[in-house]
Design a protein around this ligand. Structure first.
Ligand code: NAP
Length: 306
């Protein structure tokens, strides 16, 4: 694989940034990888694990001279880090991010960036419930989708970023920010909210003791607990910034749930059977598209699409 960027700066050194660094190194996609994290503790771990060539003590130092700067912090922190790096960005450099929400990130980051810098937001649909600089692995993005939201960005700069994500193993697609946020509200954000709720309900149910919940947890509930273990800061920011789309999908979900509730109450087996037949076909479609298996976990845990 050939080098795509001379110097790549990763701002935020958690699961996604460390996985990007491992994946870039696997394929020789970057000449040098610099990194920055907010706390000294995370910077020290990143130095110890060694996935960056240089870990800097400020975001500006990491971004200086970079051809590509990728913001890998929670969505609510994007504006602050964009303001920190803006003064050192060279004309022609590309700024991207990996945030799970796109319209809010574009509104938060865009105004800070100087003219002549290419801003190309991105979202890799890959992750685990683990976080931090020790949790990354090179295979995280293999055969997963990465969605770019290029707007009217320079085509050559977009193609270069596409080449980077393809080199890290991802399939790359492009869409506009509003569509991205709606699609993700359906496929990821609302399902996470439902998982958080189901685990909360089980916790509230005092008639079922904690030990029974754990002892008898069948695959469905176990999967919910894995999803509900995802990083609270990241998911708080997702719901605060993808508010409209999530509320829209949640409203539709609630209507369908009421319809199923009514069918159960009325003993309407035909309704239930027809509904479950329809949903089964969706599952088959996912399998046919090759998106059913979790990314290899290499001793970690199954991937989800955040
Ligand atoms: P993570 O493992 O928790 O790492 C987050 C990093 O951001 C850490 O280095 C942390 O620094 C830093 N950070 C946190 N709050 C900050 C603040 N207020 N200002 C500056 N830096 C801050 O998170 P992640 O899973 O890699 O997620 C990073 C981004 O990727 C998020 O925007 C998320 O929406 C997106 N994403 C996540 C997944 C997923 O499944 N996890 C998938 C796709 C996209 P310290 O450690 O020093 O506090």
């Amino acid at each position: 694989m050939t080098q795509v960027y001379g110097r790549v700066a990763l701002i935020g050194l958690g699961l996604i940034a460390s996985s990007m660094a491992h994946a870039m190194r696997r394929a020789g996609l970057a000449g040098e990888i610099t990194g920055y994290a907010r706390t000294a503790a995370t910077r020290d771990i990143a130095r110890e694990v060694g996935f960056c060539d240089r870990v800097c003590d400020t975001a500006a130092a990491a971004a200086t001279g970079a051809d590509l700067v990728v913001l890998c912090v929670p969505v609510g922190a994007m504006a602050e880090v964009a303001a920190e790096i803006a003064p050192v960005l060279a004309p022609g450099a590309t700024v991207s991010d990996v945030g799970s929400v796109k319209a809010a990130v574009i509104a938060a980051v865009g105004p800070h960036l100087p003219a002549g810098v290419h801003f190309i937001p991105a979202h890799p649909l890959a992750g685990t419930e683990h976080s931090g600089p020790r949790s990354g692995f090179a295979e995280l993005f293999d055969n997963r989708w990465c969605i770019l939201v290029p707007g009217d960005a320079d085509r050559a700069a977009v193609d270069r970023l596409r080449a980077l994500w393809a080199g890290m193993g991802a399939n790359v697609d492009e869409m506009d920010a509003e569509h991205h946020d709606l699609v993700l509200a359906v496929t990821s954000h609302t399902p996470h909210l439902i998982a958080y709720t189901m685990v909360g309900v089980a916790d509230d149910l005092r008639r079922v003791t904690d030990s029974e919940v754990i002892k008898y947890s069948a695959a469905g509930f176990r999967d919910f607990t894995r999803i509900a273990a995802s990083d609270p800061t990241m998911w708080r920011d997702v719901f605060l910034t993808n508010k409209e789309a999530t509320l829209d999908i949640l409203g539709r979900f609630t209507e369908e749930l009421f319809a199923l509730q009514r069918a159960i109450r009325m003993g309407d087996g035909d309704h239930l059977h027809a509904y479950f037949t329809r949903t089964r076909a969706i599952r088959r479609g996912i399998i046919e598209a090759g998106q059913d298996t979790a990314a290899p976990d290499f001793g970690r845990s199954p991937a989800k699409a955040p």
